[in-house]
Design a protein around this ligand. Structure first.
Ligand code: PEP
Length: 249
């Protein structure tokens, strides 16, 4: 059976003290769940979050990494550096990285390979912009993003890939894809993975939905057969909302 995952992407929010407070608050109130729960604080707070969550089942994950192992890349962080502080999973390809930091499919492909070579699990984000959906080109765009960044991997590599479909028009906008739109795209994504690899790989890959998931809409979206959980932005910064979303799985 595919893993169910709820991951909170905290982006550039919460300082050190706020991060420790939030992770401790979430951990102390989290009840039993069959979902894997992840939080992604900003780089400088990863170590503190790892320590604070030592005896919790909540995993601390990184929001980004560089593809090189080390070298003259001022301001960047490598997979090895993440691993050295206990990080096992990294988010790659978030639409904000693509839009504000010029990350292309080609660059993302290098990052994914570097992460996998370092035995990091990858949460790979992708999704169409509003104009793509309005012009009916959304399936082509999504298939292209997948193929360009992930289709030179081996079938074995896919054991460490989690997909996060995040339509850009739904991120931080309050606009959510309907459960039907999410299911339609997730089924298409799974089918695209069958074509590129095989049914076994496609059946095993966890596909998260992201884009304005809130306590009020999570259950309906998560109930769809090809939606295996969520990547949550804004709502993951509030304990009660994040826990309600986790409990909706
Ligand atoms: C995200 O940033 O990945 C995201 C889904 O944000 P939000 O939930 O705030 O739309």
């Amino acid at each position: 059976m595919r893993s169910k995952i709820v991951a909170g992407n905290w982006k550039m929010n919460k300082n050190l003290q706020e991060t420790i407070h939030l992770v401790e608050d979430i951990a102390s109130k989290l009840g039993e769940t069959h979902a894997e729960v992840m939080v992604a604080p900003t780089f400088v707070n990863l170590s503190a979050a790892v320590s604070a969550l030592e005896s919790s089942m909540i995993e601390v994950v990184a929001q980004n990494m560089h593809f090189a192992a080390n070298g003259a890349y001022t301001g960047e962080i490598s997979a090895g550096m993440l691993k050295a502080i206990g990080i096992k999973t990294v988010i790659i390809g978030h639409s904000e990285r693509r839009a504000y930091f010029g990350e292309t499919d080609e660059l993302l492909s290098k990052k994914v390979k570097a992460a996998l070579e370092s035995d990091l699990r990858v949460v790979f984000c992708f999704g169409e912009e509003l104009a793509d959906r309005q012009s009916g080109n959304h399936f082509n765009v999504v298939a292209g993003q997948l193929k360009n960044a992930l289709f030179t991997l081996t079938a074995a590599d896919w054991k460490n890939i989690v997909l996060a479909y995040e339509p850009v028009w739904a991120i931080g906008t309050g606009e959510t894809a309907s459960p039907e739109q999410a299911q339609e795209m997730h089924a298409f994504i799974r089918h695209t993975v069958v074509e590129g690899f095989n049914q076994e790989v496609a059946d095993a890959v966890t596909i998260l939905y992201g884009g304005s998931v809130k306590p009020g809409n999570a259950a309906e979206i998560f109930a769809k057969p090809d939606v295996d959980g969520g990547l949550i932005g804004g709502a993951s910064l509030k304990t009660d909302d994040f826990l309600a979303i986790i409990n909706a799985i």
